[in-house]
Write a protein that binds this ligand. Sequence first.
Ligand SMILES: *Cc1c(COP(=O)(O)O)cnc(C)c1O
Length: 306
Amino acid sequence: MFNNLETTYNQKIPLDLFSISSYSLTLKREDDLHPEISGNKYRKLKYNIIEAKRLEYSSILTFGGAYSNHVTAVAVLGKKHGMKTIGIIRGEELAFKVQENPTLNFVENCGMKLHFVSRDDYKHKTEIVFLKKLKELFGDFYLLPEGGTNALAVKGCEEILTKSDSSFDYICTSVGTGGTMAGLVNSSLPHQTVLGFSALKGVFQTLVVKKYALKNNYNIIDDYCFGGYAKIDSNLIRFINEFKEKTGIQLDPIYTGKMMFGIIDLLKNKKLKKNSCILAIHTGGLQGIDGMNRLLKKKDLPQINV
Ligand SMILES: *Cc1c(COP(=O)(O)O)cnc(C)c1O
């Protein structure tokens, strides 16, 4: 059902472009794993779809915001594997804006059924009463939490690192819910440190990583979250555009842009072990740029170049 061609390639980033010496930086191009969806969301869904089929479900239901990479991945892979998909979206007002929201428009075209709930109702999304109502509306479904993190998602993310990555000293990733990071920790080697760059404020990800990680060779850094989830400023936009100009590689504003901003800052300030080799995971997220650029335009901020 899933092919075995799921390893991606590593690309060296010449650090002299950023006036950094005595480190080496390599990017794992998980963003290239699939043309339409984030690499890590593909990883997180793989074993969940296999499980949903094994249990003979015909629908998958999940949750997310207006620009969710996870909801997009469920819509694309659900369609590919012949499952109905239902997206419970935060924000009632969006029901009338599907056409002007590139993410929602895309998932609806994939055949996903969208159901919009108020921000207040959305807070109850993990409660039994709320889920029971959804079952009355949509019939039985395989449930995936917001962000898609569960044990099977972590198992999928354990496949990101391969044997040929054993020489790196640090493995860096962006952190949303922490599921991807837990998978990386589990397949990292004891001499490696996994650094998670949080895309949001708060500590719940630490609990998620703790719950699923089998080792504790990791650190979560939240100094580069730019004030919170999906918050960005002109500094970050400038960095993303500069990174693209210098390396040809597109970063996204929610996850990988913040991670790379953090990595370059740590290296410039020599905060990591001298002469170490760093592997950063490009988790993808590029589908969200279009939506973000529309918001930036409204706020009179510069655009992310694509
Ligand atoms: C969802 C996402 C993340 C965060 O993954 P978690 O497993 O939730 O921590 C990182 N990068 C991209 C591009 C994502 O879409």
